[in-house]
Every structure is written in structure tokens, then in C-alpha cells.
Design a protein around this ligand. Structure first.
Ligand SMILES: Nc1ccn([C@@H]2O[C@H](COP(=O)(O)O)[C@@H](O)[C@H]2O)c(=O)n1
Ligand code: CDI
Length: 157
């Protein structure tokens, strides 16, 4: 049996915050604002997993009013989603993640990002696609006000 899911998330870029994408800390003048570490890429992945199984969304798993998740490492939240009894019997066949950011350049971090996600999901790096694109300076990403990410996953069991 197969299930497909898609996820999308946006976080605002502000000074004085760390920029974390797929668990990789990326040196930059601004970072993403959120209740957690605001790893927008991992949030899109979690929503794709949760959506594939029609389990609601990330806010249902980790309410942003709960102090337990203040500053949370999103890779740890991903582990919690994967450990959920409704999720743990499923395998990820592949995922395709797109990060939309005018800056910084993400290509140098792509392989580490893929390895982080593959390790968390217990799959091969070849099953994990991470892409980055600018918007040619158009829109909120283009103005460097925020970063968005979208993700598609295919699950099987
Ligand atoms: N933040 C980003 C955005 C893009 N890249 C890489 O550059 C390529 C071209 O981007 P365009 O937006 O001009 O299509 C893209 O395919 C990525 O390889 C990047 O590293 N970091
Ligand atoms: C991840 C959570 C954790 O409280 O907080 P945020 O970092 O604000 O991220 P968001 O994408 O708004 O999803 C909501 C929450 O689940």
C-alpha cells in the first residue's frame, strides 16, 4: 500500500536568530523566527509525513502554545513523528524537498542536509532530494523577508 503527502511551511527571517535548515546550522546575517528552531524545511517534511497519513498537521502534534516546544530542535520533533505508532510501520520510499530562499546560497550544505534527513528516516541518501531555488528577487522570499519550503513524500508498507 502506498500513501503520498505534501507539506509547505514559511518562517520569517529576522536578525539575532540562527538559520537552521534540515538540521544544518548555516552561517547567515539573519535566521528564521519560530516557536521552535524554525527549521522550515523539516517542518515541511513533517507536514508531508503527517498529511500522507491524514493525521492532521504539525501544530496538532506540537502546539506552538506548549512551552515544551520552545526552541525545540526540529530534527528531534521529526524523530517523534516517526516514532508515532500510526507512522512507524510506514517506510519512506522517497522525498523531494524544495527550499525557496534568495539568500544564502544553500548548495554547499545540500549533501549534509540530505545525509541528516536520510539518517533520521533510516533510508538511503539516494531516496532524499533537497533542492534550493531563489525567486529572482520576487515576493517575500525574494525580498529576504522569509524562507519557504515544500515537500512531497511517498510512503509504503
Ligand atoms: N538559496 C539558494 C537558491 C538557489 N541555489 C542554487 O542556485 C540554482 C539556481 O537558482 P535559481 O533560483 O536562479 O533557479 C539552484 O538550482 C540551486 O542549485 C542555491 O544554492 N541556494
Ligand atoms: C514547530 C512548532 C512547535 O511548536 O512551532 P514553530 O517553530 O512556530 O513552527 P510552525 O511551522 O509554525 O509549526 C508549529 C509548531 O508545531
Amino acid at each position: 500500500m502506498f500513501r503520498i503527502g505534501q507539506g509547505y511551511d514559511v518562517h520569517r527571517l529576522v536578525p539575532g536568530r540562527e538559520l537552521v535548515l534540515c538540521g544544518v546550522k548555516i552561517p547567515h546575517s539573519t535566521g528564521l523566527l519560530g516557536h521552535s528552531d524554525a527549521d522550515v524545511a523539516v517542518h515541511a517534511l513533517m507536514d508531508a509525513l503527517i498529511g500522507a497519513l491524514a493525521l492532521g498537521d504539525i501544530g496538532g502534534f506540537f502546539p506552538d502554545t506548549d512551552p515544551a516546544y520552545a526552541g525545540a530542535d526540529s530534527m528531534k520533533l521529526l524523530e517523534q513523528v516517526l516514532a508515532d505508532p500510526r507512522v512507524r510501520d510506514w517506510r519512506v520510499e522517497n522525498l523531494d524537498l524544495t527550499i525557496v530562499a534568495q539568500k544564502p546560497r544553500l548548495l554547499p550544505y545540500r549533501e549534509t542536509m540530505r545525509q541528516n534527513l536520510a539518517a533520521a528516516l533510516r533510508i538511503c541518501v539516494g531516496q532524499v532530494s533537497v533542492k534550493a531555488t531563489t525567486t529572482e528577487k520576487l515576493g517575500f522570499e525574494g525580498r529576504e523577508e522569509g524562507i519557504s519550503a515544500s515537500c512531497v513524500v511517498l510512503l509504503s508498507r
